[in-house]
Design a protein around this ligand. Structure first.
Ligand SMILES: [Zn+2]
Length: 390
């Protein structure tokens, strides 16, 4: 399984200047190579290499690997563009968007990401530094930092290329890790249903509810502060808003890591699979009062889902996705579904059999049932193949 880990570089001002000059040189060279592709129709790496390699090395001072990567990056960009044009993402041929997209060469931003292979970048995990090639020579001892869990994954499983990236005034390396998967559990003893929602971010069919009021209250405060800062249009307010948004995202990610870890560990311990609802369901159910809608849209449920999927995959726990229609209105005992079964947001009370439960737990039982059904019907794990950012 491929997993992408992002670490933040902490370069000194001198190192940062060298990194910046390098990124600019690589992207200028790639932009020039893109014009060569456009003129000479040399879309294949080998062809473009013939036309551009020597000049890139001479004019921008790129090393052999960097030049090769700039060429490959250019060809990849055209492949992606071609696929997008073909898929109709720029409208019909002849339309203004279509012409704008395919009528001129690709241009790379000066700070676009640049791939690095093991000959251009080496990692010293103990010292938490990297040694990295730049146009000003090799920089040694560039410090990096990241979350403990990610750094452990990185040290144990990093393999292949990494991307150097400059975003919002900060330097990052995006490293690919290749993680072993446990043998999949092909005979799960049932499914653990997970109901994602606004009052409880995740409720399992075991009755465990993850976070709720406290996080929502904090998020509500965050939202208000963000609104206030957005209204002020001063530079410092904008900067503060941005910093604040970053902090909020990191906190949400932390919580998602914790929740997903708990859910996967529980499923693994009890030999079960995990049933998740498709994400469209949450949005549909969010046809509620406006404040709640804001909450639901702002929680990164897709991220939580992807964390559950990759942790499950690593542990060999099967994951199935189930149709989420009416999971909150259906009785998990007699399967009678009606809107009237929900006297309030928190309570489920069946009109037919009289079963009463916490609403989220009832919903998660339905999801667990449906997960089992999907599994028994022979639909294998429908979890998408994915590369994710931890
Ligand atoms: Zn019932």
């Amino acid at each position: 399984m491929k997993l992408v880990v992002r670490v933040k570089l902490l370069p000194t001002p001198v190192q940062a200047a060298a990194l910046e000059a390098t990124l600019h040189a690589c992207n200028e060279a790639a932009t020039w190579a893109a014009s060569v592709v456009f003129e000479k129709e040399a879309r294949r790496v080998l062809e473009l290499r013939k036309h551009a390699y020597a000049e890139i090395r001479a004019r921008w001072g790129l090393g052999a690997q960097a030049a090769q990567h700039a060429i490959k990056k250019t060809c990849d960009a055209y492949t992606t563009l071609k696929a997008n044009v073909r898929a109709g993402r720029y409208g019909r041929p002849g339309s203004r968007r279509h012409i704008r997209a395919s009528g001129k060469p690709v241009v790379f931003r000066p700070q676009a990401a640049q791939p690095y292979d093991d000959r251009m970048l080496s990692w010293q995990h103990q010292a938490r530094t990297v040694s990295i090639w730049t146009t000003a020579g090799r920089l040694k001892g560039v410090a990096f930092t990241g979350q403990a869990e990610q750094l452990a994954v990185l040290a144990a499983h990093r393999k292949g290329e990494s991307d150097l990236l400059f975003r919002d005034g900060k330097w990052f390396l995006i490293a690919t890790c290749d993680i072993d998967e446990a043998a999949p559990n092909t005979h799960p003893a049932g499914f653990l249903g997970v109901d994602l929602g606004m009052v409880n971010i995740a409720a399992t069919s075991d009755g465990e509810r993850h976070c709720g009021r406290r996080i929502n209250r904090k998020r509500e405060q965050d939202r208000k502060l963000r609104g206030k800062l957005q209204k002020k249009s001063t530079k410092s307010a904008r900067r503060r808003a941005k910093r604040h948004a970053g902090k909020e995202a990191r906190r949400a990610k932390d919580i998602n890591h914790k929740i997903s870890k708990g859910i996967v560990a529980e499923a693994e311990r009890t030999g079960r699979g995990i049933a998740l609802e498709t994400l469209t369901g949450i949005r549909e159910r969010a046809r509620l009062r406006r404040p709640q809608r804001v909450k639901i849209h702002s929680w990164p449920f897709a991220q939580l889902g992807s964390f559950i999927v990759y942790k499950a995959k690593r542990a060999g726990v099967p994951v199935v996705y189930v149709d989420s229609a009416y999971t909150s209105q259906e009785c998990s005992k007699c399967h009678h579904a009606a809107r009237g079964n929900r006297p309030s947001q928190a309570v489920f009370s069946c009109r037919v059999c009289g079963f009463v439960d916490h609403a989220d737990r009832n919903a998660s039982h339905n999801i667990a049932h449906r997960g089992w059904y999907v599994w028994v019907c022979g639909a294998q794990s429908t979890a998408p193949e994915l590369t994710l950012i931890a």
